[in-house]
Design a protein around this ligand. Structure first.
Ligand code: MN
Length: 243
């Protein structure tokens, strides 16, 4: 039995190649009886579980094949798909996973996060995060017509791009003291997260480790954990097929 972890696929109708790569990953890489953790930003944007674009309905179909193959799948929110709720989870056959989540991989205690909350140097973003994670704010947005939410999501993406374009590189990355704090507070040996699009394995003091998943673009990334070891691996996304 293998446990797979992925994040930051940023699935969107404009990137059919990524959807095909994900379908290939589900069909050919993940085996019956394995486990799968999706650590946020699976979608580039999510405007509500009443989403009716066929692109997303196909993805939900793909996800729902996992359950029929006895592949337990957990779904953690990212900073782009925080509006995913239980209706989606039920249709897709996945379990929503609160952040952070503590699990065991290869006999080690591991903490799973999306990673945006680790970037505490970005005060403007942390304030924005607090707003959009507020249940009242979310209920207000979800009460708007779908068409209006589509426009809102596009505006948010533009705002986020212009916000980020004039930020220093280091405040866009995780804050080392915050990484140390969560590892200490949750008493884990390994922290796994995505979000920063800086895939790497970082050895930390006291034999701790931080493993960062990469986003899917020209390459896709996953973590493959067996009973014995945890591997961070990349593969090429070529002409719409993960190889
Ligand atoms: Mn993110």
């Amino acid at each position: 039995m293998i446990t797979w972890l992925i994040s930051d696929l940023h699935l969107q109708p404009e990137r059919e190649d990524l959807a095909q790569a994900f379908t290939a990953f589900v069909k050919h890489t993940v085996q019956d009886g394995d486990k799968l953790y999706i650590l946020g930003d699976f979608f580039n944007a999510w405007i509500g579980d009443d989403e009716d674009n066929p692109f997303y309905l196909d993805i939900i179909d793909t996800l729902s094949t996992l359950q029929t193959r006895n592949i337990q799948t957990w779904f953690m929110h990212g900073n782009r798909d925080f509006l995913v709720q239980t209706a989606f989870a039920e249709r897709a056959g996945v379990t929503l996973l609160d952040e952070p989540a503590k699990i065991e991989l290869a006999g080690k205690n591991v903490l799973l996060m999306h990673g945006d909350s680790l970037c505490t140097g970005d005060k403007e973003y942390i304030a924005f995060r607090q707003q959009v994670r507020n249940p009242d704010w979310q209920a207000g947005v979800l009460s708007l017509p779908l068409a209006q939410r589509r426009i809102m999501a596009a505006d948010l993406r533009e705002k986020s791009m212009s916000m980020n374009s004039n930020k220093a590189e280091d405040i866009m990355d995780v804050t080392p003291s915050e990484v140390d704090r969560v590892i200490m507070d949750y008493n884990v040996e390994i922290l796994i997260h995505g979000h920063t699009h800086r895939p790497a394995r970082h050895a930390l003091a006291n034999n701790k480790e931080r493993i960062v998943l990469g986003d899917w673009d020209k390459q896709g990334w996953y973590i493959r954990a067996s009973q014995e070891n945890i591997e961070l691996e990349a593969f090429d996304i070529v002409d719409g097929v993960g190889t």
